[in-house]
Design a protein around this ligand. Structure first.
Ligand code: SAH
Length: 469
């Protein structure tokens, strides 16, 4: 982050504008809007300035700038067409630790002024850090169009009601829930329609309703790329009081969780210390019973090899309301990003998903069905058992030359695809790191043409595999 966005309170603070033309006036108007005490320095003032000086809004401080004019100044803006003057303002301000902005000269700015969408008291500031002002302007136009005009009025009324709410709704999470309901519901509609008295009544009656019951949302976070989250997942993640997540959920996705939500890692990873399932179940019930909105975030889809069903059974037994938001399972996400269609009319009429990680009482898989030709087999958690899986498939009839792919970290920036043939699956797996998905079937060959994501890496990896084979 090149700049720290801050909102400065300029009311009655002395601010210096050097320059008396059109640009200087625009900056002055902005400072006046924020209530600043503006002093202007210029040998000549344009008509707007002259009017403002006459009415006492602005003080004409001097004709020529000298460094001591900055004494006692909070911030300064230089907007003259004389380079040397602008440079002197910048240099003198820096020496005095006064914030300074030389218009259209990012090199000579200790602060820059963002584009603003003003729905006061709601203010949105946008900046491209001086890199792409047009892009910042386009973003501002988008926000202007999407942020309703009544936002400001809504915030004003809400501000007045806060103290009263604290007396009726005791818990922090209860109050947050209250506001979310208000801002998303009838209160908002009433303010938009200009019916402000009724809107205030609406707040009152909402605040007398009982406190919310805790609930759990079991959410699929997809295979890693945050762009693959569903809108529902995002909404719930941003309303959550607490989020219980697995190690498989990517950092990119976790970034989108509400900042103030409590985040609890209940990760499971083969061979690593992790929270036992019973403890996760217990936490889910405990948090929900505290009236919290709990998000249980799982990699991929929660109902595909994710024990989501088991967790919901526990909630059902405890009488806790829940909902499920599906996610893109690794078999769909990783193969799509690797350019491997799961089915194809010429090569595979069936796709099967299995896990290499069985319950301890052993393998219940029907190998002769799994080994049939013209189908795609996708193996989750298969790296450790890859040797056994390859042997079983071959001994039950699948051709040893069947193409296989191992997709590491599918859909993530570091995605990597290893390719070879079924008889060398174990050898390939030795070079792969978890999380990785194994795909067996002729459709793997299509990735030669169809791969599109992280193209460069994929090609170089492919050469590595050829050497290996
Ligand atoms: N519920 C998850 C699967 C959990 S099992 C889902 O629907 O995707 C964990 C296994 O999923 C991993 O061992 C790996 O085989 C696979 N997996 C999950 N995310 C992956 C990713 N980004 N790339 C490759 N494989 C992944």
């Amino acid at each position: 982050m090149d700049y720290l966005p801050i909102f400065a309170d300029l009311k009655r603070r002395p601010c210096l504008v050097v320059g008396g033309g059109e640009v200087a006036w625009r900056k002055t108007r902005m400072l006046l809007k924020a209530g600043a005490d503006v002093r202007v320095i210029a040998p000549e003032l344009n008509a707007d300035f002259r009017r403002a000086v006459q009415s006492g809004e602005v003080t004409h401080f001097a004709d020529e700038f000298s460094p001591s004019d900055l004494d006692g100044i909070f911030l300064a803006i230089a907007a003259t067409d004389r380079k040397a003057v602008n440079a002197l303002v910048y240099q003198s301000a820096n020496q005095r630790q006064v914030m300074v902005n030389v218009v259209d000269d990012t090199q000579r700015c200790s602060f820059i002024v963002p584009s603003v969408v003003d729905r006061s008291p709601i203010i949105v500031a946008i900046s491209s850090s001086g890199r792409a002002p047009v892009l910042a302007r386009l973003i501002r136009e988008k926000l202007e169009a999407t942020l309703p005009q009544h936002l400001g009025r809504m915030a004003e009324i809400a501000g007045r009601f806060r103290a009263r709410l604290a007396k009726t709704v005791m818990t922090l999470s209860g109050r947050r829930h209250f506001w979310e309901q208000a801002f998303n519901g009838r209160f908002s509609d009433l303010v938009a329609a200009g019916r402000e008295q009724e809107a205030e009544h609406e707040l009152q009656s909402l605040s007398l309703k009982s406190e919310p019951q805790g609930q759990v949302a079991l959410i699929g976070a997809g295979p890693g790329d945050a762009g693959l989250l569903t809108l529902r997942a995002l909404q719930l993640m941003q309303q959550a009081d607490v989020v219980l997540y697995d190690y498989l959920v990517s950092d990119e996705v976790m970034e989108l969780v509400r900042r103030d939500a409590e985040q609890v890692c209940v990760g499971k990873k083969a061979g690593f210390h992790s929270v036992p399932q019973e403890e996760t179940n217990r936490l889910l019930v405990e948090y929900a019973r505290q009236g919290k909105r709990v998000v249980r975030l799982k990699g991929g889809d929660p109902f595909v090899f994710g024990r989501g069903g088991e967790e919901l059974e526990v909630l059902f037994d405890a009488g806790i309301p829940f909902q499920v938001v599906p996610g893109i399972t690794a078999a769909a996400g990783a193969t799509a990003y690797a350019g491997i269609p799961l089915t194809h009319r010429d090569y595979a009429q069936t796709a099967m998903f299995i896990t290499g990680h069985q319950k301890p009482d052993g393998d219940q898989l029907d190998w002769s069905t799994l080994a049939r030709g013209k189908q795609t087999l996708v193996i989750y958690m298969g790296l450790m058992k890859s040797g056994y899986i390859g042997q079983q498939l071959i001994s039950h009839g699948r051709a040893p030359e069947t193409p296989v792919a191992i997709i590491e970290r599918g859909t993530q920036q570091t995605q990597n695809v290893l390719k070879g043939q079924l008889h060398e699956l174990a050898q390939l797996a030795q070079h792969a790191a978890s999380p990785a998905l194994i795909v067996v079937g002729e459709v793997v060959n299509l990735s030669e043409k169809l791969h599109w994501f992280g193209k460069q890496e994929q090609q170089s990896q492919h050469t590595a595999v050829v050497k290996l084979a």
